[in-house]
Design a protein around this ligand. Sequence first.
Ligand code: CA
Length: 212
Amino acid sequence: MFRHRWNVLSILTAAVFVSAALTFACADDEDTSPTGPSEPNGQDEDDHGPGEEELITTLEITLTPSGGGAPYTVRWRDLDGLGGNHPVVDRIELDAGTVYNGTVRVLNETESPPENITEEVEEEAEAHQFFYATLGGFSPASVTYADKESDYVTNSGADHPVGIAFTLSVPENAANGELRVTLSHYDDTPKDGVNPSDETDIDVIFQVFVRP
Ligand SMILES: [Ca+2]
């Protein structure tokens, strides 16, 4: 009898611990701020409202030297979404002393054919913005926006950048480092063109190799 009761208590105790662990896991998942201390972890699982939740498996950047040259495409790809297998990430290789015209695309490659989610970002240009951070030895490089909301939608109010098109300037003193790309989604936070939202659709880091 005592043994049986102890077993029930053990199960209840275990259930409490499992429940607590799940609660912590959920709290961690919500911390996807691009400026926060959390590790970049790809797409989050926030509910963007009915019909708006999209899986982003792939972020693709195409860079073309502004002085001429072939376009160059790199991909961050995580086909099974958050968790599971690690993302497969191309290394970005650039030349010092070069300016690149850049574009970004986000895709859901679990669909066939792949769904181009960039089109939804364009349709909701006033509620989205890509942010680019140059990190480590690559921090002398800089990204400036090369688009506006009015390029994609009939704009109301201030005409903020969206960041689907951008210019990447790699000066002579830029070295190896990282490029972090985040896509902010503005549901509750007002978009001001400068500050990221507390809601992040995707958050990825590329290693960057700079040829001197
Ligand atoms: Ca994964």
